[in-house]
Write a protein that binds this ligand. Sequence first.
Ligand code: GDP
Length: 162
Amino acid sequence: MNNSKKIVLVGHFGVGKSSLIRRFVHNAFSNDYKVTIGVQILKKEITIEGKNLTFIIWDIEGKEDIEQIRPSYLLGTSGFIYVIDPTRSSTYVNLNNEIEYIKTNFIEASIVSVANKSDLIDINEFEQELKQNNLSIHFFSSAKTGENVEFIFEKLGIDLLK
Ligand code: GDP
């Protein structure tokens, strides 16, 4: 049996949403910064615990506030990846509210939060900072080095197949 699930990456401009998708789908990275306008949809099939899963991955324009995203972009989403940039606090000061908004409005969806660009920070120090601000993040990733990228999509996939 083949399962198709819609995944949306959300978060501010420039946090690395497109780069994470490019790393996951094409195993590539570029330093060029191209702003996503509107939406790009990519497909990737993986096998998890013997089951096929097709991710339909929506790369949408970055927005400071999830409520600004066009509702049709989020319709039917099974899994959210909320991406922050640990080098820019403006991308995570409002994290708890953003996650709460998703949980309230997409009751059935799975959500993971990801601090990308882990190659640029000291993870222990950043975790301390999060703790002091009552914030928490599920995973760290680097689209640049590839660290954790596949792992995060797989974790989300396992959740979606439950
Ligand atoms: P988006 O607007 O959220 O889709 O962000 P992009 O994927 O376009 O990335 C914004 C910028 O951050 C680009 O210049 C990327 O090369 C850079 N970038 C993305 N991911 C990483 C990462 O893991 N490490 C580093 N050092 N730079 C990254």
